[in-house]
Design a protein around this ligand. Structure first.
Ligand code: TMP
Ligand code: ASP
Length: 236
């Protein structure tokens, strides 16, 4: 496999073509972004930690029957993935109230949500990733009804698998965001799963162990990511 030119540069990752039309290289950079890219800082080791964290989680999900784009690690900051046609919609599952839900509804942070909620956002930084519903996704052709049903079912399956995995490590999976794409006609989990795109709280103390430490200026961002990785048994 040969790495070729840059295809796309996101806020935290860069995507490269390869000599295989069906495969891409993902490069996890140290850039850490919040508020739709309005704040970006470099955090030492973040690219490496998120790349290895993502590889660990994607392999757990694949083993549990969730199709993922992950192929293999290539180095500290890079992995090889399937080339998906990305669906421009973010799927958010929540087990406890936090973040934009608390702002939007004025509910108390930390309230347990039964059942877990499923929300959709349009992936569009310029518009601030607006909240949308299932009929918008279909009416604007971002995904078909069948694709959307699969995305929802897979998001809830990911929640089941990862809630248990994090619980075993003494952590609450508060919420998370997933992105999907299409690979040879099949809906496949894309993007990444790391503490950048989810909320994790210590079960006992409720200490925040995710990107909220960066968003809220709490400090110790990478130290928290590394502690989560170590509790899960991810080798860094
Ligand atoms: P929210 O509370 O801001 O809506 O975010 C819910 C979860 O989704 C949280 O774990 C952060 C994650 N998320 C992202 O990773 N990227 C995004 O662009 C958005 C809107 C949320
Ligand atoms: N990932 C988004 C951004 O970079 C939103 C966030 O995580 O706060 O701005």
């Amino acid at each position: 496999m040969e790495k070729r030119e840059e295809l796309y540069r996101g806020k935290a990752k860069s995507v490269y073509k390869t000599d295989d039309a069906d495969r891409l290289v993902l490069l996890f950079r140290n850039d850490t972004s919040a508020f739709d890219g309005k704040r970006i800082e470099q955090l030492d080791r973040k690219g490496m930690v998120n790349n290895k964290f993502n590889a660990f989680i994607m392999q757990k999900l694949e083993a549990a029957g969730v199709p993922t784009q992950f192929d293999r690690l290539l180095g500290d900051n890079e992995c090889l993935v399937k080339k998906l046609d990305m669906i421009p919609v973010e799927c958010v599952v929540r087990n406890y109230a936090a973040g934009s839900l608390v702002k939007r509804l004025g509910v108390e942070e930390g309230k347990q949500l039964v059942p877990s909620t499923f929300e959709l956002f349009l992936k569009n930084d310029a518009m601030g990733d607006p909240f949308i519903n299932e009929s918008h996704v279909i009416a604007f052709g971002w995904a078909t009804a069948e694709q959307l049903a699969t995305m929802k079912q897979l998001s809830l399956k990911v929640n089941e698998v990862l809630s248990q995995l994090f619980d075993d490590a003494g952590l609450l999976l508060v919420d998370f965001k997933l992105e999907f794409g299409v690979f040879h006609g099949q809906i496949v989990l894309g993007d990444e799963f790391s503490p950048d795109g989810c909320r994790l709280w210590d079960k006992e103390t409720r200490k925040k162990m995710d990107k909220d430490r960066f968003r809220q200026g709490l400090g110790g961002v990478i130290e928290a990511y590394e502690e989560v990785a170590q509790r899960l048994g991810v080798s860094l």
